[in-house]
Design a protein around this ligand. Structure first.
Ligand code: NAG
Length: 235
């Protein structure tokens, strides 16, 4: 199974701004944040009409998955708004939010609902006890949060009726219709589409402890190292 990288041209058109992890520095302890109610978005006449109770499981709906937590909720709210704002069929979008199993789900649900009263969404608690012991400290402390790894478990977290899902990080803003991205052809042998990077300097991606352990660092020996960014994935 391979990852395809045909997304690059689409990403150029969509111009997704990634506000990298600089946000980590600005996160302050928050009890509850308040957001304005977004204006209502309407489907254009050409949109399929999907019966409301089934949208979260409909093959015709566009499914978006994101993680939501208290620290990054500002980014998530902006991302949701940008998805709806540029979509010609915003009512055919179903959101699947991965939250920490220890998070206050009712608070997160209330926060999202008060800004987006007509949003179709469901929260999925992610029990990170199985992931937490596998995380080694990295160069970016924001990556140490187990919820970051919930995206790897999407297939088991989301109901099996969902055939395709777009995973989005909460630090991006869409500036064009997400349906274009969702329509990407994956072909027969690919499990997901993501942008690939082959000229990154991996030295700074790992800690000195990693590089000093040959058992780990030899992974890169005689190889052309590439990685794909998991911030935007079509799965
Ligand atoms: C969750 O948040 C709600 C609303 O702020 C609050 O009333 C409730 O006590 C919280 N629950 C927990 C378990 O913290």
């Amino acid at each position: 199974m391979k990852v395809i990288c045909a997304m690059a041209h689409l990403l150029h058109r969509l111009v997704i701004f990634t506000i990298l992890m600089t946000m980590a520095a600005t996160v302050t302890p928050i009890t509850q944040q308040h957001f304005k109610e977004a204006s209502t978005f309407y489907n254009s006449p050409a949109c399929l009409s999907i019966s409301e109770p089934y949208i979260l499981c409909s093959h015709q709906a566009l499914h978006v998955a994101m993680t939501v937590d208290k620290a990054y909720i500002r980014g998530s709210m902006a991302a949701i708004l940008s998805v709806l704002q540029h979509s010609s069929c915003p009512h055919n979008i179903a959101f699947h939010f991965l939250i920490s199993a220890t998070a206050n789900a009712s608070l997160l649900r209330a926060t999202i609902s008060s800004s987006f009263p007509y949003l179709y969404f469901r929260l999925y608690p992610f029990d990170h006890s199985s992931v937490a012991p596998l995380i080694s400290t990295s160069i970016r402390s924001a990556l140490d949060c187990p919820l970051n790894y919930a995206r790897i478990y999407l297939a088991s977290l989301l109901p099996s009726c969902i055939r395709r899902v777009l995973y989005l990080d909460s630090d991006l803003i869409l500036v064009d219709d997400i349906a274009e991205l969702a329509a990407i052809q994956l072909g027969d042998n690919s499990v997901l589409a993501a942008t690939e990077y082959c000229s990154a300097n991996f030295v700074s991606y790992f800690t000195p402890t990693f590089w000093s352990n040959p058992c780990l660092s030899l992974t890169f020996a005689n190889r052309k190292a590439c990685y794909f960014n998991t911030g935007v994935m079509v799965i």
